[in-house]
Write a protein that binds this ligand. Structure first.
Ligand code: SF4
Ligand code: SF4
Length: 384
C-alpha cells in the first residue's frame, strides 16, 4: 500500500480504501474476514454510508479493539426506513441515525462526517442553509467528527461546497466514462452513460475544474464508483466497447488532481486482494489508453489524461506529471508555492525538453505536448 495525505486534514491514508456497501447481507464472520484482509494489506480507510443495523453491527464487531487502525468516513443523513436505505434532510432522523452509527461501531468519533449525496442546488440549500450543516459543525466542534465532508455526483454542486470552505473532504464519482459526461447529468443518466459527450469525447471541463480546485484548496477527493459499478470491467457494458481491469480503473482515478483515496466496494476477501493487486502489476498493465483508441472509434482531442503513453522521452521528462502541474497552475492567478515546489522537486521538467517531438505521435489524445512544455517552461520559470 502506498499512502497519501488526505488534503488539509493531514491524515495519512492508504490510496485504496474499502467501500462498505457490499457488507450488506454478509455475516459477522465474513465482514471480519474482509477487515482482516484489508488491515493485512495496509488499508486504513473505510466508507460507511449504510444505515442497516446488522451491517453497522458487523463492521463494529470487526473493528473492536482496532478502531484506531481505520479512518472512518461515516455518512450523515442516511436512514433505514420501511426496510430500505434512504436519504434524509430531517434533523431529528439525521441525529438518530448518526448516534446509531457511533453506537454500533463502538466508537465515540468518526473521522469524516460525510454529508450524504448532494446533487442539486435545492438540495444544497436543504443542507447548507439548515440545521444539518449546523449539526455537522457542532459535531466537529465537539470532536465527534474530526472533519466534515460531502458526497456528490455533480461537479458544479461539488465545487460550490468545496469553495464554501465548509468541507475538507469530497466524495465524488470518478472514472473515465463519467468524466466525459455532461456536468448536469443526473445520477441515473450518469450511471447509464446517457450523457456521454460522444461528439468530442473529452473530459467535461466542470469536472476538470473541480479536481483542480480540490487539489489547490486542499479538499481531498475520495473516489466512489471507480469501476462504474463494474460496468467498465466488461466490453459489453463499457461505453468504450472494451474492458478495463481493476488496476487500470484504480490507476485512472488515482491520476486525477485532488484524489487521495480510491474506494473499492469489497464483498469478499478475494476482492480485497484484487484491489491491492494494483501494487503488484507492471506499470504497462495499469495503462488504460486502449479504451480510447479501440478501433479508433473514440477520439479524445487535446486534453491530457495523464496516462504517460507518450513516453519514452529522451530527456526522461515525466510528461504526465508536468502537464498535471501545468493544469493545476493554469487555473490560478499565480503559481501556488506548493505546486511550484513539487514541480521543481522532479528530477526533470519542461526545462529539459529538447523539442524533439518524439512523444507526440505516441499520444492517443493528440495533445500538443511541445506546446505544453513551452507553457510549463514559461509558467514555472517565473516562480523559481
Ligand atoms: S500527453 Fe498524451 S500520452 Fe502523454 S500523458 Fe498526456 S494524454 Fe497521455
Ligand atoms: S518533445 Fe520534449 S517532452 Fe517530448 S519527447 Fe521530446 S524532449 Fe520529451
Amino acid at each position: 500500500m502506498e499512502y497519501r495525505t488526505l488534503g488539509r486534514t493531514g491524515l495519512k491514508v492508504g490510496e485504496i480504501g474499502i467501500g462498505g456497501e457490499w457488507f450488506n447481507g454478509l455475516s459477522s464472520e465474513e465482514s471480519t474476514n474482509i477487515i482482516d484482509a484489508a488491515i493485512l494489506n495496509g488499508m486504513n480507510f473505510i466508507d460507511v454510508f449504510m444505515p442497516q443495523a446488522a451491517t453497522r453491527d458487523n463492521i463494529g464487531t470487526a473493528l473492536k479493539g482496532r478502531r484506531d487502525k481505520f479512518i472512518i468516513q461515516g455518512h450523515l443523513c442516511t436512514v433505514f426506513e420501511d426496510e430500505q436505505y434512504g436519504r434524509t434532510r430531517d434533523i431529528t432522523k439525521t441525529k438518530k441515525s448518526f448516534n446509531d452509527l457511533l453506537e454500533r461501531l463502538h466508537t465515540d468519533y468518526i473521522d469524516i462526517g460525510m454529508i450524504h449525496y448532494v446533487d442539486s442546488d435545492e438540495d444544497y440549500a436543504s443542507v447548507f442553509e439548515t440545521e444539518i450543516i449546523e449539526y455537522a459543525k457542532e459535531l466537529k466542534e465537539k470532536g465527534i467528527v474530526r472533519y466534515i465532508g460531502m458526497s456528490s455526483h455533480n461537479p458544479t454542486i461539488a465545487l460550490k461546497a468545496v469553495e464554501s470552505g465548509l468541507i475538507d473532504v469530497l466524495m465524488f464519482s470518478i472514472n473515465p466514462a463519467y468524466d466525459m459526461e455532461k456536468s448536469d447529468s443526473n445520477i441515473e443518466d450518469l450511471m447509464e452513460y446517457k450523457d456521454l459527450k460522444e461528439s468530442t469525447w473529452t473530459v467535461d471541463s466542470a469536472r476538470q475544474k473541480l479536481y483542480t480546485a480540490c487539489e489547490n484548496i486542499g479538499v481531498a477527493i475520495t473516489v466512489m464508483k471507480p469501476l462504474g459499478a463494474g460496468s467498465l470491467l466488461a466490453a459489453e457494458s463499457s461505453p468504450f466497447g472494451v474492458a478495463m481491469t481493476v488496476p487500470q480503473c484504480i490507476h485512472y482515478a488515482l491520476g486525477r488532481n485532488g484524489v487521495k483515496v480510491v474506494i473499492i466496494g469489497c464483498h469478499t476477501v478475494p476482492e480485497v486482494l484484487e484491489a491491492v493487486r494494483y501494487y503488484n502489476v507492471d506499470d504497462k498493465d495499469k495503462e488504460y489508453g486502449h479504451i480510447f483508441t479501440k478501433n479508433n472509434s473514440i477520439k479524445m482531442v487535446g486534453r491530457c489524461m495523464y496516462c504517460n503513453h507518450c513516453q519514452p522521452c529522451p530527456s526522461h521528462i515525466d510528461i504526465a506529471a508536468v502537464t498535471k502541474f501545468l493544469d493545476l497552475a493554469s487555473q490560478q492567478d499565480s503559481v501556488p508555492d506548493t505546486v511550484n515546489q513539487h514541480y521543481f522537486a522532479m528530477k526533470t521538467n519542461a526545462n529539459n525538453c529538447i523539442m524533439c517531438g518524439k512523444c507526440e505521435p505516441n499520444c492517443p489524445f493528440s495533445v500538443e505536448i511541445r506546446e505544453n512544455m513551452k507553457k510549463a517552461k514559461e509558467m514555472f520559470k517565473a516562480n523559481i
